[in-house]
Design a protein around this ligand. Structure first.
Ligand SMILES: Cc1cc2nc3c(=O)[nH]c(=O)nc-3n(C[C@H](O)[C@H](O)[C@H](O)COP(=O)(O)OP(=O)(O)OC[C@H]3O[C@@H](n4cnc5c(N)ncnc54)[C@H](O)[C@@H]3O)c2cc1C
Length: 468
């Protein structure tokens, strides 16, 4: 059988190679280290963790990444096997001895009879490779990035993410905030009431600007220091530094909006949140990309009226990153629509984090193996953690309602990506009120549904929605 070529031996490429080889398909895994370095990797080991040694929560019942761990274990993940074997104490989190972890992955791949490892940069993939998985991550080598851009179009591969915080819709207080588009404009695909608006009076606005100016910010890495600030996406704290009124004339402008709770009071400033996923469970804070530290973001953003109890699906950030405009470019098995010989995996597809990258690597490996064996593999249902993440990448995200830069940004797995359960079951037959007990029951129900649907997917007995 002709081998599949995988470019990049990181978290995603390693998992993809393993899933392919375990399915009986030969693989050549190309890793450029140590011949060529990245700005963050320090070793020549496969699946090197470039920063923290944590795979985050291992709670499969109440945490979406813990659920993803459980699903990956069920799918025979090498990354999870190596993580479990190299675990270090970290409370409810799964943290690993990074050297032992990377050594275990390297040994398993090196020792597999169907995997050949070749060291050296690939840029671009040769034309005679009929099936390639590109898993080169946030620090894809510049020559390969140029080759990808040539295929996809200049605007379709980003080199920085500029992430505004994303809030769970059901944690926004609609007794204070309200739905309305500026001047009630419907726009393409809109209803005229597409944004959630949070009003600030003058004292609240002044305090907010002051908090931004005083807030602790994250520094850029040396190699990120020349981060270009695009005019359309200046961090809010940079805008706040430019003058007290700057935000009020930028993302916090109050014009064309009327607070239905207090129609006689004109808000001094307004924070707008825009729907972020097709399910309508997540809303992003428009224009609020920021380098404030995460704890500071939670503290300062919860001072915005309507967001007192906001639960954040992700916090803002600005990083060096390389990722595709995947919802536009990739099909639902992660192949480039314009050249189906190329499949993408890992962070370059627009997921975020070690675990998510490995999970998407695993799916890419499974899709590719099925294709090589002449079989059809449908995507896992969106009710599973794998399916929810895949749906974010390949179609669950909505395009911006109004003109502006592409709004697709990398995302960790979180329960906001899952289709909601309308009426989650409760253990003792009573309904929970608002608050954490209800939230825990909801998460437990989402997790149980995910694991059951994953079994059905594995058994070929799919929920109707997934088989469409
Ligand atoms: C500075 C930094 C800190 C981070 N911190 C964290 C963190 O604390 N926690 C977390 O969960 N995530 C973190 N991330 C994100 C994390 O790195 C990724 O989510 C994860 O490693 C992505 O996996 P991947 O397989 O897609 O890419 P990687 O793991 O980066 O693997 C890509 C591989 O491709 C190789 N490669 C690149 N170009 C070529 C080429 N042309 N030919 C051959 N090989 C090539 C690279 O050498 C690398 O080994 C961080 C990222 C960065 C940049």
């Amino acid at each position: 059988m002709t081998p599949i070529h995988i470019i990049g031996g990181g978290l995603a490429g390693s998992e993809a190679a393993w899933q392919l080889a375990q399915a009986g398909v030969p693989v050549v895994l190309h890793e450029m280290r140590p011949t060529r370095a990245t700005a963050a990797h320090k070793t020549e080991g496969l699946a090197e963790l470039v920063c923290s040694n944590s795979f985050r929560s291992d709670d499969k019942d109440h945490n979406a990444v813990g659920l993803l761990h459980a699903e990956m274990r069920r799918l025979g993940s090498l990354i999870m096997r190596a993580a479990d074997a190299n675990q270090v104490p970290a409370g409810g989190a799964l943290a690993v001895d990074r050297d032992g972890f990377s050594a275990a992955v390297t040994a398993a791949l090196t020792g597999h009879p169907l995997i050949a490892i070749e060291r050296g940069e690939v840029a671009p993939p040769p034309d005679d490779w009929d099936s390639v998985i590109i898993a080169t991550g946030p620090l894809t080598s510049p020559d390969l990035a140029a080759a990808i851009r040539a295929r996809t179009g200049e605007e379709q591969l980003a080199f920085f993410d500029a992430i505004a915080p994303i809030v769970h819709r059901d944690s926004i207080n609609l007794d204070v905030a309200w739905f309305q588009s500026r001047y009630d404009k419907a726009g393409p695909g809109g209803s005229g009431a597409d944004y959630i608006n949070c009003p600030l009076d003058r004292a609240q606005y002044d305090a907010f600007v002051e908090a931004l100016n005083a807030g602790d910010k994250t520094a850029f890495h040396d190699w990120e220091a020349d981060t270009p600030y695009f005019d359309g996406c200046l961090p809010i704290e940079v805008m706040a530094e430019r003058g007290r009124e700057t935000l009020r004339h930028g993302p916090m402008k109050p014009f064309g909006l009327t607070d239905p709770h207090r129609p006689q009071v004109k808000p001094y400033a307004v924070v707008q949140l825009r729907q972020d996923n097709k399910l309508g469970t997540l809303f992003n804070m428009v224009g609020f990309q920021t380098k404030l530290k995460h704890g500071e973001q939670v503290r300062i953003f919860r001072s915005i009226p309507g967001l007192e109890n906001a639960e954040f699906a992700r916090l803002g950030g600005l990083h060096r990153n390389t990722f595709l405009n995947s919802p536009k470019l990739l099909d639902d098995t992660l192949r480039l629509k314009a050249n189906t010989r190329w499949r993408f995996a890992g962070q370059i597809t627009g997921c975020e984090g070690y675990v998510e990258s490995a999970a998407i690597g695993g799916l890419a490996g499974r899709f590719c193996a099925a294709e090589r064996r002449g079989e059809t593999l449908v995507a896992p249902p969106p009710t599973t953690a794998h399916g929810a993440l895949l749906a974010h990448i390949t179609g669950g995200h909505i395009e911006t309602i109004d003109a502006g830069p592409s709004s697709f940004q990398p995302m960790n797995v979180n329960f906001g990506l899952f289709p909601p359960i309308a009426d989650p079951p409760v253990p003792d037959g009573r309904r929970f009120g608002r608050g954490s007990a209800k939230n825990l029951a909801r998460k437990a129900a989402l997790s149980a549904r995910a694991l059951a649907d994953l079994e059905r997917w594995l058994g070929g007995d799919l929920p109707a929605a997934a088989a469409e």
